[in-house]
Write a protein that binds this ligand. Structure first.
Ligand code: PMP
Ligand code: GLU
Length: 431
């Protein structure tokens, strides 16, 4: 469509905003596919498995629910979330301090909108935190983490940024298991960071959307266990339950931050009002802890582990350094070892140029490290390891149980992962 020169005046914070790169690359890759092009789609993080049948059935059974629900969310759903998190993570959430939203992304935005103070974000981190903070008229304060520490924030790095920011209220957003690095913080690491947060007037937004995509299958206790009085937890159905399109997330906190919950309840009542009623009813099934749900979560995590480890091993073998993921469905390899050749032969000097080259030359879709706040000189890219037929792969993993050979499994059932990596390897060899 040809756009006319605009005659309207837009809020400058909005007119400078770009479409989120995750959603944009997904549409680019899908429209290439729709035109019959072969694409290796490592650009978008969407869990490809079918949603558990009992959740789908519950959605159908509740299609007639047309009433607006309470702003904070349906009470039985909020109670189910509290029970689920108590039994799985040992968290003492209270239903009055749980808010249901249309995806945790919107709730993150609302929380960031409501909270004062600088926002500390370890780099690399998910693409949307920065723009959300920009919309609140601020820039994030990135803390560059080290590949040698698997891109995890250390207590020393956090202490140093606190000294620079001074004694006022600060916000830290920390996501584990991590998008984009696949890193998982140990409980001890979280407890040490929590201590520093407590001493330095930091409110933590603990983004736990991948908490049940932890390859160890452990349910690790996060900030809410070590520092409940200063922690806001966000999560939802999108990743572990493979239901991103249901758009259901939640935010939970402790009585100490009840004022925030009141503020958010007002904000929500003036913005999205409440989440779709049928989706909320169906979500109760997702938070009904039982053997079927547990088996589903474990099987999905096993596939994510198998694919993530396969991809990391292949990258490292081709000379592209890449931490081995321990959770979620992403990897963050660095092509720095090829920087000179990429510059000389292809004129590539930034992670965005590298991704453009891979897309145009190899049909491999990935996202640049710069979208995740990483310096361009590192030539990092974000790779999602979910380009396969989730329905088939889920069935095969159930059949395989513990008796399978990981490389053979990936190459047989997830051929795009192998073929996309072969294309990258061939290209690097040709440089
Ligand atoms: N945090 C991270 C790190 C994510 O990757 C996502 C996925 N988009 C979200 C939050 C938001 O997920 P949703 O809005 O689907 O709950
Ligand atoms: N979390 C997914 C990703 O990072 C996509 C969804 C989104 O960004 O909202 O690719």
């Amino acid at each position: 469509m040809n756009k006319k020169a605009s005659s309207i005046s837009l809020n400058p914070d909005v007119s400078g905003l770009k479409e989120s790169s995750t959603l944009k690359i997904n549409q680019t890759a899908l429209s290439k596919r729709a035109k019959g092009e072969k694409v290796f789609h490592f650009g978008f993080g969407q869990s490809p498995f079918p949603v558990l049948p009992q959740i789908v059935e519950e959605l159908k059974q509740n299609a007639h629910r047309k009433e607006y629900l309470p702003t904070k969310g349906l009470l039985p759903l909020r109670q189910a979330i509290c029970d689920y998190y108590k039994s799985k993570f040992g968290y003492d959430f209270h239903e009055d301090l749980v808010i249901v939203g249309p995806g945790s992304k919107e709730l993150l935005f609302q929380a960031l909108f409501a909270l004062e103070g600088p926002v500390i974000v370890p780099a690399p981190s998910w693409v949307s935190y920065g723009p959300q903070v920009n919309l609140r008229g601020k820039d994030i304060t990135p803390v560059i983490t080290k590949e040698t520490n698997n891109y995890k924030l250390t207590p020393e790095e956090l202490k140093e940024v606190c000294v620079n920011l001074g004694p006022g209220q600060k916000v830290l957003i920390l996501n584990t298991p991590n998008n984009p690095s696949g890193a998982v913080y140990a409980e001890k690491e979280i407890s040490e960071l929590a201590k520093i947060c407590k001493q330095n007037n930091i409110i933590v937004i603990s983004d736990e959307i991948y908490a049940e995509v932890d390859f160890s299958l452990e349910r690790k206790r996060g900030f809410f266990h070590f520092y409940p009085e200063g922690t806001i937890v966000t999560s939802g159905l999108s990743k572990a339950q493979s239901a991103g399109g249901y758009r259901l997330g939640f935010l939970a906190t402790s009585p100490n931050l009840a004022e925030l919950v009141d503020a958010l309840t007002s904000l929500i009542s003036e913005t999205f009002s409440a989440v779709s009623a049928p989706v909320q009813y169906s979500a109760i099934k997702a938070y009904n802890k039982n053997a079927d749900v547990d088996k589903y979560l474990d099987t999905c995590s096993k596939v994510h582990k198998t694919c993530g480890e396969y991809m990391a091993k292949r990258f490292n073998e081709m000379g592209v350094s890449c931490p081995i993921p321990e959770g979620a469905f992403y990897l963050m390899p660095s092509f720095q070892a090829f920087a000179q050749k990429l510059k000389q032969n292809e004129g590539v000097e930034s992670s965005q140029q590298l991704c453009d080259l891979f897309l145009n030359k190899l049909n491999v879709a990935m996202l640049p490290g710069s979208d995740f706040y990483m310096g361009d000189e590192l030539l990092c890219v974000r790779v999602a390891s979910v380009d396969y037929d989730g329905e088939q792969v889920y069935k095969e993993m159930l059949k395989a149980g513990d008796d399978f050979e990981p490389v053979e499994f990936v190459e047989r059932y997830c051929p795009n992962l192998k073929d996309g990596l072969d294309a990258i390897e061939g290209f690097l060899k040709s440089l």
